[in-house]
Design a protein around this ligand. Structure first.
Ligand code: APR
Length: 311
């Protein structure tokens, strides 16, 4: 039986569960949370949509990790979302405690799972989950790059008027200030982005992408984005469940690629049943490569902040 667990039945978690269930790619999606009744109520509601939507995947809502046992994939969304004016770093302390506790429970019940972390601050939380789990690094990854690339693609499509499905956008690096957009890899139809938009406009779109999460937080007032984020997390879970080998941006353990080592960083990765089977190096311009190296240094510094916290 194929099974995905999503930890955290908040906005991000529950929409991820809904997307995976509606994709009809696994037998069961388990949703767990510390709040009693929340995952159960949402699961009941989602299951009742099956005759209308037409999928068979069953959703199980629970507060008990025993129900998550034997999961192929576990998506960790548990944590507090960013509030207006709050930086990802502010979240570090509280979410580190949550992610540690959740990871320990996952390892106990699903020792062979692939873990996808989405809780912010993403780079540190992915590093923490990998360390706490003791899993091979390739079986623990974070979601950021698909979302950032997708936001960038949206802005390019809005600005150029091009069909969104013909826009290819790539971002690497870290989630946040050191996100590395890769305009040289971006295409609008069969044209390079630089032939469609001038450098200044591209810079503006990059800036808006970098602040994409904060823009939504500012509008919502409470909570953070979850529609595009859950689409990204569900796409990663699907690639693992289907062992598809699809290449996508992912926060993965980098060990020598691009001349960078020993850090979880946003790169292109090939996703399959064992997690990130390979980090795929893409051609970068000199400035893109320099930005990726800077991002690696910044993430390593942020991981040091994690060491200051007593867990
Ligand atoms: N175990 C399980 N669930 C937990 C735990 C825990 N130890 N601690 C908190 N939760 C649950 C909360 O009860 C809540 O239902 O996590 C859920 C978080 O949901 P929301 O507050 O709606 O937050 P959401 O928008 O889903 O974001 C979750 O994703 O994008 C990131 O920054 C965001 O870190 C945040 C995470």
């Amino acid at each position: 039986m194929s099974k995905v667990t999503v930890v955290g039945a908040g906005k991000y978690g529950s929409t991820t569960v809904q997307r995976i269930a509606e994709a009809d790619i696994v037998d069961e999606v388990v949703m767990t949370d510390i709040v009693e009744g929340l995952p159960q109520g949402l699961a009941l509601d989602m299951n009742q949509s099956r005759p209308v939507v037409g999928h068979r995947t069953k959703v199980v809502g629970t507060n008990d990790y025993a129900d998550t046992a034997g999961s192929d994939v576990v998506v960790i969304t548990a944590g507090l979302p960013r509030k207006p004016g709050m930086s990802r770093m502010d979240l570090l302390e509280v979410n580190a405690g949550i992610v540690k506790q959740v990871t320990e429970a996952i390892v106990e019940h699903s020792p062979d799972a692939v873990i996808i972390v989405v809780t912010n601050p993403l780079d540190q939380m992915t590093t923490l989950a990998a360390e706490v789990s003791g899993f091979p690094r390739q079986r623990v990854m974070g979601q950021a790059g698909i979302l950032d690339s997708s936001r960038f693609a949206h802005f390019i499509s809005e600005t150029t008027g091009a069909d969104i499905q013909t826009v290819k956008a790539v971002t690497l690096g870290s989630h946040g200030a050191t996100m590395v957009p890769v305009p040289s890899q971006c295409r609008v139809g069969d044209k390079p982005l630089s032939e469609v938009l001038d450098a200044e406009t591209i810079d503006d779109l990059v800036d808006r992408t970098r602040k994409g999460g904060a823009e939504i937080v500012g509008l919502l007032k409470t909570g953070s984005a979850y529609y595009a984020p859950s689409a990204a997390a569900a796409a990663m879970a699907q690639a693992v469940v289907e062992d598809s080998g699809l290449e996508m941006p992912v926060c993965a353990w980098v060990d020598g690629e691009y001349g960078i080592s020993g850090v979880y960083l946003g790169v292109m990765g090939r996703l399959g049943a064992d997690g990130v089977s390979a980090v795929v190096e893409v051609d970068l311009t000199e400035s893109e490569s320099a930005a990726l190296h800077e991002a690696a240094v910044a993430v390593k510094e942020k991981v040091e902040d994690l060491r200051q916290i007593e867990l």
